[in-house]
Design a protein around this ligand. Structure first.
Ligand code: SIN
Length: 541
């Protein structure tokens, strides 16, 4: 693969990087509010290739006001987050949530209804009430479908598929030295690798919005699609923006365990447990009762840790999810996709227990944003899984993530619509400096490092951590960093090399953050620091 020498330059009012729920919702809202603005979305694969599409469970929001209220949803979110959440952010998201979900319904999103026409509300781990709006077991697919259709119908949004954002453009590219304490670092757009034409384009924008999602591909067992390589977080870190709480990597307790490895690992939604599914060991023990009085419906960090412990104590690769007591028609109606997938693996959920094991699922830390979605870099906003907004604390409550994407997309839109006219495009930005035209000699240099970094993260920075494991991990990560930077500087740009580079940055951020947190809290469980500290602080890296 060669990068051509020619470089294209584009200017746009707003550049959005990423096309999941946060990026697309923001684009639609801004395009409607300001039809005079030119909005450009770049996305590294196809428009609907995002983590959003893979979300099964649904969107949690207070809907049935006879039984539920904001206080309960706020309390559940704080409890799941082990009280490390930012209470103001939690209150804002939970109270704004129903309005944002209503808009999504007005745009055409379908959610399952009961016979009386009311929405059917599901339950998931850590929720004290039924409040999860869902569409069968493919809610994310339905949300993404709705948003993609809307975006395609709006004239002032242009979408560029197969455009991989490489670096944020800041004053650094004008030769200025930028550090984490530089007070006026500004974003001017991004350098983007056009994967089809093999050229690096300069996209200059008044405002840039990062909505690139998480980095589940850092672990070999993950529910996340191939593209989840933490590109936005890594770019902002390199641009000296603030990143926080990266140690809180959420492992979903129940990915389908298959003998032949598959990637991504198929998710068996937490909604199945909300519908009565019970976690058991092979001999049928309802083991979760030993760990938490909420049993199989305890928050995810507790359930994933309990499964990990049972697997280690018993020397097995999985536990089981038992749904055999659920009536077949009821199960198939609610979980058609899961049912079909199980059958295709030779498992009949009505007769056999479903083998499950934890898999990396969600990053609760990321780019620090305030309630308006502003980052520490001027003219740069971020939303969704790429961010640390304070909503999730040390462990995200199930189905709060699509909600977060919707709410922050709205807030960013309100803010940008007001301030964008004051911002100028910076035309002095140079084009990308091509330093090498050499192909990497052997792809194995990239694929082997990727395999090794995933092994290191799985073995040393997984569900249970300790200081020796973290130290081993950081030593190895620094070596991969050095080798990969050398390769990056001496080779032409390729998607695989850039993704590896970003994943190594994320590995460093997760491991360093975990080393810096001297407590066990939420998803950061370190046997050398078994207690929770009495105060709340961010782990900035
Ligand atoms: C699930 O369906 O279990 C995933 C939902 C989520 O991650 O919030």
């Amino acid at each position: 693969m060669k990068t051509k020498e020619t470089i294209k330059r584009k200017t746009t009012d707003v550049l959005i990087i990423g096309s999941g729920v946060a990026g697309l919702t923001f684009a639609i809202k801004l395009a409607k509010k300001r039809p005079d603005l030119q909005i450009t979305i770049v996305t590294k694969n196809k428009i609907d290739d995002s983590n959003t599409k893979f979300a099964q469970g649904g969107i949690a929001t207070v809907w049935d006001i006879e039984k539920d209220n904001f206080e309960k949803h706020i309390a559940d979110t704080m409890d799941a987050g082990d009280e490390l959440n930012d209470l103001e952010a939690v209150e804002m998201v939970i109270t704004e949530g129903p309005k944002r979900v209503r808009e999504l319904i007005e745009w055409g999103a379908r959610f399952d209804k009961k016979d009386n026409g009311n929405l059917e509300l599901g339950k998931e781990g850590g929720h004290s009430e039924n409040r999860v709006l869902h569409y069968k077991d493919i809610t994310g697919w339905e949300v993404e479908r709705t948003l993609v259709e809307m975006v395609k119908s709006i004239k002032n949004i242009s979408v560029h598929e197969n455009f991989f954002a490489l670096e944020l453009i800041t004053q650094h590219h004008l030769g200025r030295i930028i550090s984490k304490v530089t007070p006026d670092t500004k974003a001017y757009g991004a350098y983007v690798f056009n994967k089809k034409d093999l050229i690096i384009e300069t996209i200059l924008a008044k405002t840039t919005v990062i909505a690139t999602g998480g980095a589940g591909q850092l672990y070999s067992i993950t529910t996340n699609p191939e593209g989840a390589t933490g590109d936005g977080i890594a770019m902002v870190y390199r641009a000296k923006g603030r990143i926080a709480n990266m140690e809180f990597v959420q492992f979903h307790p129940t990915a389908l365990y298959t003998k032949i490895e598959e990637s991504p690992n198929f998710l068996v939604s937490e909604a199945v447990r909300g519908h009565g599914g019970i976690l058991r060991t092979e001999d049928g023990e309802d083991f979760m009762i030993k760990y938490d009085k909420r049993g199989s419906l305890a928050p995810r960090d507790i359930v994933a840790r309990a499964i990990d412990n049972e697997m280690k104590v018993r020397g097995v690769n999985n536990v089981f999810l038992d749904v055999r007591h659920i009536e077949k028609n009821d199960f198939v109606k609610h979980f058609p996709n899961i049912y079909e997938k199980c059958l295709s693996e030779g498992i009949d959920p009505m007769k056999d227990m479903i083998p499950v094991a934890p898999a990396c699922h969600y990053f609760c830390g990321g780019i620090v944003v305030d309630k308006k979605g502003k980052t520490s870099i001027k003219n740069l906003y971020a939303a969704g899984e790429a961010t640390y907004s304070g909503l999730h604390g040390a462990n995200r409550l199930a189905s709060n993530s699509l909600l977060e994407g919707l709410v922050y997309a709205h807030n960013i839109c309100e803010n940008i619509a007001d301030e964008i006219d004051e911002i100028q495009i910076n035309n002095e930005i140079p084009d990308w400096n091509i330093t090498s035209t050499k192909e990497p000699k052997e792809m194995v240099l990239i694929t082997q490092s990727l395999k090794e970094i995933r092994d290191v993260m799985g073995s040393y920075v997984g569900i249970v951590r300790n200081n020796i494991r973290l130290k081993r991990a950081i030593n190895r990560i620094l070596l991969y960093y050095k080798e990969t930077e050398e390769l990056y500087k001496s080779s032409v740009i390729s998607e695989q090399l850039c993704e590896l580079r970003n994943l190594i940055t994320i590995a460093y951020l997760v491991t360093r953050s975990s080393q810096n947190r001297h407590e066990s809290r939420g998803l950061n469980y370190n046997t050398d620091y078994p207690d929770k500290l009495p105060y709340n602080e961010l782990t900035l890296v």
